[in-house]
Structures are given as C-alpha cells and as structure tokens.
Design a protein around this ligand. Structure first.
Ligand SMILES: Nc1ncnc2c1ncn2[C@@H]1O[C@H](COP(=O)(O)OP(=O)(O)OP(=O)(O)O)[C@@H](O)[C@H]1O
Length: 228
C-alpha cells in the first residue's frame, strides 16, 4: 500500500529530515514510528499525504506515484487518508457533528448524508451524546475522539496519527489506542508516530525506528527501544 524508495527530504533551510529511506507498509498493517525528537517521523507522515515533496526518491500509495501526482489529484488522495494530530485542530465555532461532517460537506455531499455519516462515525468513538457540543466543552480525550471520528468519516484506507496521545493522560491515551486498534481490525492500515513507550511496548505491533532521518530498526512485534 505504501512504498518509499530511497527517499530523502532536505528542507529549504538545509535540515536533513530523511536520508535514503526505503520502507514498505502493506494493507491492513499497524505500524508505530518511533525515534528521538527531530528524527523525521512527522516528515515521513507529511510526505504520505502530499503535504511535502521528497527531495529525492519515490513515494507511492496504492501504486500511485505521489511525486508525479498533479495538484488537482491531491484532494482525491486525501479522501483515502485520514490524519490525526497531537493538537486536535478542531474548528472552535463548529459543533462536534459539524467538525466531523465538514470534510464531507466540502466534497459536496447532501446535508442529510453528511449528518448520517458524521453521526455514524461519532457513534463508533462513543460520542453520540456530544453531537451538538462545541470543542471547548469537551475534555482532551473527547476532543481527540472527535478527531478520530473526523479522520474515519470518509472510511479511509489509511489512517495516520502523529503523536495522537501526546496531550492525553495514560487512561485516555489507552481509549484512543483501543479505537485505533479496532479501526485497524476492520481493515484500515494505521501508521502512528509516537513517544508513548508503554503503548508501543504493550501493543506488540510492527515498530519502525527512525534516527537522524534513517531507518535504524524495523521489527515485527517490536518495542519502543528507548529510555524515557
Ligand atoms: N517545515 C520545516 N522546515 C524546516 N525544517 C523542518 C521542517 N519540519 C521539520 N524540520 C526539521 O526536520 C527534522 C525532522 O523533523 P520532524 O518533525 O520530521 O521530526 P520528528 O521525528 O517528527 O520529531 P518529533 O518527535 O519532535 O515530533 C528536524 O531537524 C526538524 O527541525
């Protein structure tokens, strides 16, 4: 599903974020990206939904070459990819249901269809009671669950999460992980960058470690591998 071949990324300021990275992730996998701060994890995620271009090498998603992809094709790519961030990035003046439905509205779906799908996604994350609440009325964990609902409302083939539990306490973090685990069980590929040692160690998933822009380790059922 995802293939990076000899990918390097040097930002305009000269920062070498990725150096000659080759990586394959198959459909339905659950992969943790770990590594020290500044190692290149977020950059790898940004390349996959075409927020950044590689300086060298090939990035492909479902056989499509993202380097060659035309700007007008990018929205179609992003419909197949859901993204979750550490800082929730919810729209403050929209309700929970509107936040989740917004992407569908932009696609031009009928209002009723948008509401039905947003409600279904919110049911999956256990937030049916908060449809009409605004983000500031929710706890951090609830806000992140809204983000999960927003990321899956389009039924994406790939879900990427960049430190989704970074602002959450341990119990709430596990709630989010349970959701991601269940979404993965239904067939969605999940790629998650994280510093959450306990989560990585307990979940026993594939672990790809990046250090100074290079893949340092790639283990099936791996561990976090760094001291905190
Ligand atoms: N937009 C940018 N412009 C210039 N340099 C950048 C940019 N984004 C990241 N970098 C640099 O690229 C390198 C990799 O950063 P990246 O954010 O990918 O690391 P990371 O592994 O996700 O780190 P963290 O765990 O702290 O989130 C760092 O040296 C960073 O300073």
């Amino acid at each position: 599903m995802i293939q990076l071949t000899n990918v390097s990324k040097i930002y305009p300021n000269g920062a070498k974020a990725l150096v000659d990275v080759s990586l394959r992730i198959g459909k339905g996998e659950f992969v943790f990206l770990v590594g020290p701060s500044g190692a290149g994890k977020s950059t790898l995620i940004r390349l996959l939904y075409r927020e950044e271009h590689p300086s060298r090498g090939l990035v492909s998603f479902n056989g499509q070459n993202l380097v060659r992809m035309k700007e007008r094709e990018v929205p179609f790519l992003r419909r197949k990819i859901g993204v979750i961030f550490q800082d929730f990035k919810l729209l403050p003046r929209k309700t929970v249901r509107e936040n989740v439905g917004f992407a569908l509205e932009v696609l031009g779906l009928q209002r009723h269809e948008v509401e039905v799908r947003a409600e279904k996604a919110l049911e999956l994350v256990g937030l049916t009671k908060k449809l009409k609440a605004f983000p500031h009325e929710l706890s951090g964990g609830e806000q992140q669950r809204v983000c999960v609902a927003r990321a899956i409302v389009n039924d994406p083939a790939l879900l990427m999460a960049d430190e989704p539990t970074g602002n959450l306490d341990p119990d709430t973090s596990w709630e989010i992980m349970d959701l991601l685990h269940n979404i993965n069980k239904k067939g969605t590929t999940v790629v998650m960058a994280t510093h959450a040692k306990d989560i990585v160690d307990q979940m026993k998933k594939r672990v790809v470690a990046i250090e100074q822009g290079r893949i340092a380790r790639d283990d099936e059922k791996g561990g976090y591998g760094y001291e905190l």
